[in-house]
Design a binder for this molecule. Sequence first.
Ligand code: 13P
Length: 251
Amino acid sequence: MSRRPLVAGNWKMHGTRAENAALLDALLHGQEAYATADVLVCPPFVYLWEAARILKSANIALGGQTVCAESIGAFTGEVSASMLKDVGCQYAIVGHSERRALYKEDDALVARKFVATQSQGLTPILCVGETLDEREGSRTFDVIARQLHAVLDVTGIAAFAKAVVAYEPVWAIGTGKNATAEQAQEVHAFIRAELHKRDATIAASVRILYGGSVKAANAREIFAMADVDGGLVGGASLKADEFLKICAAAA
Ligand code: 13P
């Protein structure tokens, strides 16, 4: 089965209104780079509405960097999936390692966020990934399986027909030290095999993105691997030229 590549830019907590507008404008002018790939940007919450207006009907989707597991109520500071949808998002990232590590989001909460995202018709991008300690202790597959099954056990495999998985080794995020194409492929194949145990068709159709120090210089080699369907890009998504080159590498 051929899967359409997806490149997602996770801007994290960066940018100003003016910088974002310039970045989006540059991406809009570089559309030929991603004619055959899906492209998504995830600005900070406060900039989503304006980003949606700038993008209008352009071929670039919008996503939230995280989402609240609850749908409405007294949850100070949180943003619900319906709010993300209301401002024009089609995706939400759930389980990013920074949310897991810095904000103590556990597997159970990540599963609830995944469900909340889909309940509004948005596509969750479920992030999984091991720390350096876990990799060096030969626990990579155990960790990935635990993070994946924590969601699968709650949602069932059918939910993955409308979900994206992102493999983001924690040791590769923001370090400049990307996983090799072979290391990425090994874990991506493992994720797909875990999904395959539950449903072969869905496993073959799920897009699995690689994230962790993706840049123009390494994107083509990583994206060429059989089970890598694009990237979740942090730092390099803040530079239009670099991000467009990464999109072109996936297209
Ligand atoms: P970097 O591309 O900056 O390593 O970040 C990856 C990431 O965390 C994307 O979600």
